[in-house]
Design a protein around this ligand. Structure first.
Ligand code: PMP
Length: 364
């Protein structure tokens, strides 16, 4: 374990060490089956037990009501940018997008192909550093749903509470890719929640969709079979070969999160870590800066810049020398970004802030 780095990557991202060690111990021969999970039939009793346990543990973690289906799919959150409108609307239906960062913008652009998508608010002019007060957002009463990205991974902007949809169907849809299972969520407020697994709950290749069952079965005729929620719900995510190994890994992570005491406990740890990092930035007398409005700063992705921007490359290089990697900001915004998902231990953030203070002392 000594050779592992502090991995601040935005995703694929750090996974819990005990989960990796467990997967390692089960890799060659899963629980006496004589096979690795990668070699199993997805319809056999062993894999059935794996996917069923993963689903039931996720249901416990998020307290998912029985009227919601849980789907384990492929194609990443990006595929859901199309699947959501294809499943929920006719081509002529208006739909509202509240855009607080570049992922919400991508979702909107994809949706335009399949419905009459409209941006009801965009933070672009302010470089995606804010979330509006919901009263200021003029929603279309005829919109089929209101879409948000609960946590913008690149810009570090996170909804702390959720807008109430003013549309007739009352539907709110959320991309929760980068804060999935980082805190409790009242699932009943949403029509659909979707998330790529590769930040908080597993490897890339698994996409989780939580969808209210009464919304299933209305997909547009042109919907590819692989994007139709009804097909996947009717077949318990086994219509075709699912990403079996990835689902197994997600299951191990869900077990670990339950063992930690569930999402309330996980949220406490995440708040602690984020507060330590933001405090270090804010107390640096401007040496470090975080552009995001304080009330909506993400607990997961912490973007920051250096007042002396010419030192940023040096910062990243020195950090990497001390085994803190992937701190470079997204190519579209520059600066630095520390992603501190569930599996980033407090010790990792402590090491980063100690380095930041030392770097400042040497370069101020
Ligand atoms: N939404 C958000 C919030 C993301 O962070 C990402 C990935 N970084 C995506 C969507 C796209 O996910 P995928 O790569 O799984 O398609």
């Amino acid at each position: 374990a000594q050779e592992r780095v502090c991995n601040f990557a935005a995703g694929p991202a750090v996974l819990p060490e005990n989960v990796l060690l467990k997967a390692q111990s089960e890799l060659y021969n899963w629980r006496g089956s004589g096979m690795s999970v990668m070699e199993m039939s997805h319809r056999g009793k062993e894999f059935s037990s794996i996917i069923q346990k993963a689903e039931s543990d996720l249901r416990s973690l998020l307290e998912i009501p029985p009227e919601y289906a849980v789907l384990f799919l492929q194609g990443g959150a990006t595929t859901q940018f199309a699947a959501v409108p294809l499943n929920l609307c006719r081509p002529d239906d208006p739909v509202d997008y509240l855009v607080t960062g570049s992922w919400g913008d991508k979702a909107f652009k994809e949706a335009q192909k399949y419905c009459k998508a409209k941006v009801v608010w965009s933070g672009k002019a302010e470089k995606y550093t804010k979330i509006p007060s919901f009263g200021d957002v003029e929603q279309d009463p005829d919109a089929k749903f209101l879409h948000i990205c609960a946590n913008e991974t690149i810009h570090g902007v996170e909804f702390k509470n959720y807008p109430v949809p003013k549309n007739k169907s009352g539907l709110l849809v959320a991309d929760m890719s980068s804060n999935f299972c980082s805190k409790p969520v009242d699932v009943s407020k949403f029509g659909v929640i979707y998330a790529g697994a590769q930040k908080n709950v597993g490897p890339s290749g698994v996409t989780i969709v939580i969808v209210r069952k009464d919304l299933i079965g209305n997909a547009q005729g042109i919907t590819p079979v692989m994007l139709d929620y009804k097909i996947h719900a009717d077949n318990a995510s086994l219509y075709n070969t699912p990403p079996c190994y990835g689902i197994y890994m997600c299951g191990l992570v869900f077990e670990d999160l339950l063992e930690q005491g569930g999402l309330k406990e996980v949220e406490k740890k995440n708040k602690n870590k984020a507060e330590l990092l933001y405090r270090t930035i804010d107390d640096s007398k401007g040496f470090y800066r975080c552009p995001v409005e304080a009330s909506v700063r993400s607990l997961m992705n912490v973007p920051f810049t250096l007042e002396k921007s010419e030192l940023e490359a040096e910062f990243i290089k020195e950090a990497a020398k001390e085994k803190m990697v992937q701190l470079k900001g997204h190519r579209s915004v520059g600066g630095m970004r520390a992603s501190i998902y569930n599996a980033m231990p407090l010790a990792g953030v402590e090491k980063l802030v100690a380095f930041m203070r030392d770097f400042q002392a040497r370069h101020a």
